[in-house]
Design a protein around this ligand. Structure first.
Ligand SMILES: NC(=O)c1ccc[n+]([C@@H]2O[C@H](COP(=O)([O-])OP(=O)(O)OC[C@H]3O[C@@H](n4cnc5c(N)ncnc54)[C@H](O)[C@@H]3O)[C@@H](O)[C@H]2O)c1
Length: 251
């Protein structure tokens, strides 16, 4: 498939995990892909591997919690490739802790990465999308934001916030042909989940038992859904939330 031929896509947090799989999938479908991440060396390695194998990619250092870093990174992609057609707000982070034990400094960090960060990146791409009367924004939420998740209180508040942000933006921006949707992964095999499982050795087995398909998501499962919802095949879909979770949640 070549659904992203002549499209410029940026993916935040694309140096590893779900974001990397999204970047690789969209590059395979002929997009020019900006790999935006705070881990710039890993981002460069992914971009150069994509360049060698399937397509066109550039790595740009960006910290989504820092407005000036975000503006600089967006400018760099727009100057190199002329525009941004698709934004995938994927970067995210959490630490598994019960709310009663979660220190206030961590509330701020979780909110900065999972809520304020994607809002900042979204604002930075909108002027260009509106000018060109074309845009696709895909927010990576979480089923934690739909049904809750023990040990993920503030994170789930942020992800629920991103679902509501998706719906409101979809209403406001449809007149500019900018469509906004949210993909909610269930538990996925990524470095983030591995770090959460370190302190909870039974976590992965317990999750597998709870998932009707009896396996975790592979990052590629999420990437396939993002590729569809960001493509022009989904041109009549906006403001929607889709769980990709092996049936774990049916919200
Ligand atoms: N893995 C799961 O089980 C799971 C489940 C539901 C939702 N999600 C969501 O999927 C998305 C990707 O998660 P993942 O599991 O691939 O995580 P991951 O930790 O493996 O990868 C996240 C990437 O985001 C980058 N990042 C973190 N903070 C950043 C910042 N301030 N600025 C720029 N980049 C930053 C990291 O460097 C990393 O490359 C997140 O939004 C996460 O909340 C993951």
């Amino acid at each position: 498939m070549e659904r992203f031929k002549d499209k410029v896509v940026i993916v935040t947090g694309a140096a590893q995990g779900v974001g990397e799989a999204i970047a690789r999938r969209l590059a395979q479908e002929q997009a020019a892909v900006g790999i935006l991440d705070i881990q710039v060396d890993k981002a460069k390695a992914v971009a150069s591997d994509i360049g060698l194998t399937s397509g066109k990619a550039m790595a740009v250092e960006m910290d989504i919690t820092d407005s000036s870093s975000v503006k600089q990174a967006i400018k760099e992609v727009e100057q190199s490739w002329g525009r941004i057609d698709v934004l995938v707000n994927n970067a995210g982070w959490d630490k598994l802790m019960l709310f009663m034990d979660l220190p206030e400094e961590l509330w701020d960090r979780i909110i900065a990465i999972n809520l304020r960060g994607p809002i900042t990146v979204t604002r930075a791409v909108l002027d260009g999308m509106r000018e060109r009367n074309y845009g696709r924004i895909v927010n990576i939420g979480s089923d934690a934001g739909r049904v809750g998740s023990t040990g993920e209180s503030v994170y789930s508040a942020c992800k629920g916030g991103m679902i509501a942000f998706t719906k409101t933006l979809a209403r406001e921006l449809v007149r500019y042909n900018i469509l906004v949707n949210c993909i909610c992964p269930g538990p996925a095999e990524t470095p983030l989940l591995a770090s959460m499982a370190e302190a909870n050795p039974n976590l992965i087995d317990a999750l597998k038992k709870a998932i009707p398909m009896r396996r975790l998501a592979k990052p590629e499962d999420i990437a396939a859904a993002v590729a569809f919802i960001a493509s022009d095949e989904a041109g009549y879909i906006t403001g929607q939330t889709l769980s990709v979770s092996g049936g774990l949640t049916m919200a």
